[in-house]
Design a protein around this ligand. Structure first.
Ligand code: TYD
Ligand code: MG
Length: 455
C-alpha cells in the first residue's frame, strides 16, 4: 500500500522539514522551500544489479598495492574540446552532468557528440524535453546522415531504465534530468525529490552495467545547477556550458572531475550547422586595434592559456558618487585595483566613472588580470594607447607591489606564439620557470605598479 505524506524541501540545499518556512533554516536561502508529496512505500520492484547484498557478504578489504590495476579505456566523445574538458574522454561507467542556461546549446552539443560516438559504439539518446521528431529535424540540420544513433523520447523513469537495460548502450544521454519522473514518487518532475531519486536509480544501473551516462541539468536563475547539491555529489564530473547568448562562442568548463583536472576549458562556436570546435581561441578574444583603454593579458584556465583584451573607459563623472561597472571581472576586484592606482599613482580616480569589459564576453576570475586592468584604466585616463604587442601579466597587492602568478611559462609561450613582442611580468616570478623560454619575446620584470608605467 502506498502512504503519502507531505514534507517541505529546500530546492537549493535539499534540507527537509515538516513545517513550511519562508527561509530555509539550513542554507539561509529565501523562498526556496517547496511543499512535496512523497509516498512512503516503494512500489517499484528492486532491479537486478541494484542489489549488491550477496556481493557485499564476501567483499573483503585488500592491500592497495596488491590490487590489480585496471586500465580504463576512455571513450572519445568525437570532439577534442569536449575530451579535453573531460580529462581525455569519457570513463566507462561514469556519470557526467552538463549544466547550462536554456538555449545555450547543451542538446546540440550532446546530439553532435552522440552522433560521432555512434560510429564505433552503441549510443542511446533519451530525450525527455523534445519529441523524437524535433530531435530528428535538428539532427538532419546538423547534416549527419550515416550514424547508428538510437533515439528514445520518454519521460517515465521506469520506461527509460527498461530501455537502457534492453539496449545496453555504451553511452546513454539523458536530456534532461529535470524532465524525467518516477511515478512512484508523488512530487512533480524537476523537484528535488524527483531529481534525487531519478539520478540515484540511473546511477545504479550505470554502475551495474558499466554504462556511461551523460546527464543534462538545468541552471537556476542564480546560475547554480538546479536540484539539490546531492546531484553534484552523486556524479563523477560536472561540466557547465556557458556563453553570451548574443555572441556565437560557447565555453565548456569543468567544475568537478573525478578523472581529470578541473578548470579545464573547451571552446566552441555556434554556427548554422551546429557547434564547431575552436582550436585557437585566443584569436577570438583579441581586438586588432590598439586604442586607449585596451590592454592584453594572458589568463590561464586550467592548462590552457588564453590571450584576452580588456577594455576600460574612464570618464569624468556627473553623479555624486562615480559609477563603476565591470563585465567579466568581479566588481570588487575592480574597486580594489582602482583604489591602489589612486593611492600609489596619485590619480584622483574618485572623480571619474569607470567601465570595464572583457572582450568576447568571457569571465576572468584570476588575479593575474590585475595588472592588465590597471593598465587599461590608466591608458584610458591618459588617453594614450599602450605600446603595440605588449601583454601584461601579474597580480597587484594592496601596497602597489606586483605578485607573481602561476604557469608563467605557459602564458609567455602563448603570447609569443601569437606574435607579442613584449611581456611585462612581476619581478618576483620564479626564474627557473623562465629559463627555458626561447627568448623571442622581450621580458620586462617590474616590482611595483609605478615602474610599469615608467616603461
Ligand atoms: P539547444 O541545444 O536546444 O540548447 P539547450 O539544450 O541548451 O537548451 O540550442 C538551441 C540554440 O542553438 C537555438 O537557439 C538555436 C541554436 N542553434 C544554432 O544556432 N545552430 C544550430 O545548428 C543548432 C542546432 C542550434
Ligand atoms: Mg535542450
Amino acid at each position: 500500500m502506498t502512504r503519502t505524506s507531505t514534507i517541505y524541501i529546500c530546492q537549493t540545499c535539499g534540507a527537509e522539514t515538516r513545517q513550511f518556512f519562508g527561509r530555509c533554516s539550513t542554507c539561509g536561502e529565501w523562498n526556496s522551500v517547496v511543499e512535496e508529496v512523497i509516498s512512503t512505500s516503494n512500489l517499484r520492484p528492486k532491479r537486478k544489479g541494484s542489489n549488491h547484498s550477496n556481493e557485499l557478504l564476501d567483499n573483503r578489504s585488500q592491500r592497495i598495492s596488491s590490487l590489480q590495476e585496471k586500465s580504463v579505456k576512455r571513450i572519445s566523445s568525437g570532439y577534442k574540446e569536449l575530451d579535453r574538458v573531460l580529462g581525455g574522454g569519457l570513463v566507462p561507467g561514469s556519470l557526467v552532468l552538463i549544466g547550462g542556461d536554456p538555449g545555450i546549446g547543451k542538446s546540440t552539443l550532446l546530439l553532435q557528440s552522440a552522433t560521432e560516438m555512434a560510429r564505433y559504439k552503441s549510443i542511446l539518446y533519451i530525450t525527455a524535453e523534445e519529441s523524437s521528431n524535433q530531435v530528428q529535424l535538428r539532427w538532419n540540420r546538423l547534416g549527419k546522415a550515416d550514424s547508428d544513433l538510437h533515439l528514445l523520447a520518454e519521460t517515465d523513469l521506469e520506461a527509460i531504465l527498461n530501455e537502457i537495460e534492453r539496449f545496453n548502450p555504451a553511452v546513454a544521454i539523458i536530456d534532461s534530468i529535470q524532465a524525467i519522473h518516477d511515478e512512484t514518487i508523488g512530487s512533480t518532475p524537476g523537484s528535488v525529490t524527483q531529481v534525487r531519486e531519478c539520478s540515484a536509480a540511473l546511477q545504479r544501473i550505470a554502475k551495474a552495467k558499466n554504462i556511461t551516462l551523460l546527464i543534462v541539468g538545468h541552471i537556476t536563475k542564480e546560475g547554480m545547477l538546479a536540484g539539490p547539491k546531492v546531484l553534484e555529489h552523486l556524479v563523477d564530473a560536472v561540466l557547465t556550458f556557458e556563453g553570451d547568448r548574443f555572441a556565437s562562442h560557447r565555453i565548456l568548463r569543468t567544475i568537478k572531475n573525478r578523472f581529470g583536472a578541473t578548470n579545464e576549458l573547451g571552446v566552441f562556436e555556434m554556427q548554422g550547422k551546429g557547434l564547431i570546435e575552436v582550436n585557437n581561441p585566443s584569436e577570438l578574444f583579441l581586438d586588432s586595434e590598439n586604442a586607449p583603454g585596451i590592454a592584453t593579458i594572458v589568463s590561464c584556465e586550467g592548462t590552457r592559456p588564453l590571450a584576452i583584451d580588456l577594455q576600460a573607459l574612464i570618464n569624468q563623472t556627473s553623479y555624486p558618487s562615480p559609477r563603476r561597472t565591470a563585465t567579466g571581472i568581479e566588481t570588487n576586484r575592480l574597486h580594489q585595483i582602482l583604489a591602489v592606482v589612486e593611492k600609489h599613482m596619485n590619480i584622483a580616480l574618485s572623480r571619474y566613472d569607470c567601465y570595464l569589459a572583457v572582450a568576447g564576453g568571457l569571465a576572468v576570475e584570476e588575479p593575474a588580470a590585475d595588472l592588465g586592468i590597471a593598465a587599461a584604466v590608466i591608458s584610458s585616463y591618459k588617453k594614450t594607447a599602450l605600446p603595440k604587442g605588449t601583454v601584461l601579466i601579474g597580480e597587484i597587492g594592496l601596497g602597489g607591489q606586483l605578485r607573481s602568478v602561476g604557469q608563467m611559462q605557459l602564458r609567455l609561450r602563448e603570447a609569443e606564439r601569437l606574435g607579442f613582442k613584449t611581456a611585462i611580468i612581476p619581478k618576483a616570478t620564479n626564474k627557473d620557470s623562465l629559463s627555458k623560454q626561447e627568448g623571442k619575446i622581450d621580458i620586462q620584470e617590474v616590482s611595483n605598479i609605478n615602474e610599469v608605467f615608467e616603461i
